[in-house]
Design a protein around this ligand. Structure first.
Ligand code: B12
Ligand code: SF4
Ligand code: SF4
Length: 395
């Protein structure tokens, strides 16, 4: 099935991880990296300075700070950090040849058998969905930014295995509260462990593999997931998964052996986005485009403004997520929603009535929901005892 997204002019131009807002804000004034970077990109220095001086994620003084949940977020990220660091410490995951004693038959002989093994293992390790795509060089960073700043990326792997883990819907609905950031962190941790284990297992078979996990990626995940047929990148800039919608997180294992790739396909998402725009209307930072898609580095897509988004994060002290929460595709996987998704996939003719129905039933703006309890701390200005029952996250 043709993918609307593939009507791009291409070829895709790769991106430099140093240009991501996370890498820039981590630069320390006075260092050689800082000087070199802003010598090349002087127009970014002032704005990045403003961002750097704001408080960070889960930090006291931010708008949605809750001490218990913030501690949980910190604890979970500290655990993921162990994996992210291990990736750089171990030569086995640097993209070199696998370290297994001998190349196993699976490595050379039978791509279909290796693909089955990899897919089964990924599901076994906790993925909710798995896809395989050829590793498009345009989706590999040219240089590293968050770790080993400035190092050229050399990754000669041929395929990417994309692991999808869904965030629990009731937590997505709490965005932009700290509660949803806890869920973000939890899923990252799960993916970090799963991707690390899968890459390590391939390594044991003598197959070169590298895990790409939160804070240590050399690939851009959403377009790879789209190429693997797992969904489509929407106006909100992230993968809208075929079943779980945008409330999913992605981990990737790139592999230096032949695998049987899945085909990209249209799920009706990009067409629906043309008429919808709900994420843009609900983005408090005005970071999401309301216009038609444009060509960026060879891809037809909706550009977003990362500075605006990230500034909002650092003001809230959470990772916001309103563009996940308010998307009409962010619905639990029930029979009714499967039916609606089937209609959207089959025809764009009913997109407007579908959107109208979504607005009517779920609201154009996020509605008040009763948040699930984490019970890890009082809300801002509250105490354990007076924690509101069914309180309202506001957006
Ligand atoms: C840097 C970063 C950010 C930055 C910049 C966002 C951005 N759009 O790039 C900030 C801090 C703003 C951010 C915000 C968010 N992020 Co973020 N972010 C990343 C990170 C670490 C790197 C992305 C990157 O290199 N961007 C720089 C360039 C490439 O950006 P860009 O040109 O705008 O391209 C974006 C898209 O257009 C698309 N893309 C790039 N090339 C192509 C080519 C084609 C053909 C297509 C179709 C798409 C496409 O991918 C890029 C990221 O979405 C990725 C992890 C990863 N390695 O992929 C997570 C990631 C993209 N983020 C994610 C999420 C969920 C979010 C948020 C919703 C926050 C939240 N609560 O979770 C918001 C959404 C913001 C938005 N509307 O895009 C998830 C998306 C999961 C999914 N469903 O696809 C990722 C994949 C993390 C993960 N492992 O799950 N993020
Ligand atoms: S995470 Fe929030 S600020 Fe960022 S793009 Fe989404 S809605 Fe906008
Ligand atoms: S909210 Fe609407 S426009 Fe935005 S990604 Fe979802 S379907 Fe597309």
């Amino acid at each position: 099935v043709a993918t609307p997204r593939l009507r791009h002019p291409g070829p895709f131009e790769p991106y430099d991880e140093r240009d991501t807002v996370f890498a820039r804000v981590a630069l320390e004034p006075g260092t050689a990296h800082y000087r070199d970077y802003y010598r090349r990109r002087p127009e970014l220095e002032r704005g990045d300075g403003v961002l750097r001086n704001l408080r960070g994620l889960a930090t006291p003084g931010t708008m949605r700070y809750r001490p218990g949940e913030a501690a949980l977020v910190d604890g979970i990220f500290a655990t993921s950090e162990l994996v992210a660091r291990a990736l750089d410490a171990s030569p086995a995951f640097s993209g070199a040849e696998g370290t297994g004693a001998a190349r196993h038959d699976l490595a050379d002989g039978d791509p279909a058998a290796l693909t089955r093994l990899v897919r089964d293992a990924a599901f076994f390790l906790g993925a909710d969905d798995v896809g395989i795509a050829p590793l498009e060089p345009g989706f590999v960073y040219t240089h590293r930014g968050r770790r080993r700043f400035g190092e050229e990326v050399e990754l000669d792997h041929t395929h990417a295995v994309i692991l999808v883990q869904a965030m629990r819907h009731e937590y997505v609905l709490t965005a932009p509260e700290m509660t949803s950031t806890c869920e973000t962190a939890r899923v990252y941790q799960g993916l970090a462990a799963a991707c690390h284990a899968l890459a390590a297992a391939l390594d044991r078979l003598g197959i070169a593999a590298r895990a790409h996990v939160d804070s240590n990626y050399v690939v851009i995940c959403p377009p790879l997931a789209e190429s693997a047929g797992l969904g489509e990148v929407g106006r909100n800039g992230v993968l809208v998964h075929r079943t779980h919608g945008p409330g999913v997180r992605l981990g990737v294992v790139t592999v230096g052996a032949d695998l049987v790739a899945d085909a990209p396909r249209s799920w009706g998402v990009a067409e629906f986005c043309r008429v919808c725009g709900k994420c843009a209307d609900n983005c408090p930072a005005g970071a999401i485009s309301r216009d038609d898609p444009v060509v960026v580095r060879g891809a037809l897509k909706w550009p977003m403004d990362p500075q605006r988004c990230y500034k909002y994060w650092r003001t809230l002290g959470t990772d916001c997520g309103l563009c996940l929460r308010t998307c009409p595709f962010a619905k639990p996987d029930t029979a009714l929603h499967r039916l609606v998704r089937g209609v959207v996939r089959a025809t764009a003719a009913l997109d407007r009535p579908m959107l109208w129905a979504d607005d009517l039933l779920y609201g154009r703006r996020p509605r008040v929901v009763a948040p699930p309890r984490l019970e890890v701390g009082p809300p801002r200005g509250g105490s354990w005892r007076n924690r509101p029952q069914g309180g309202a996250p506001s957006g």
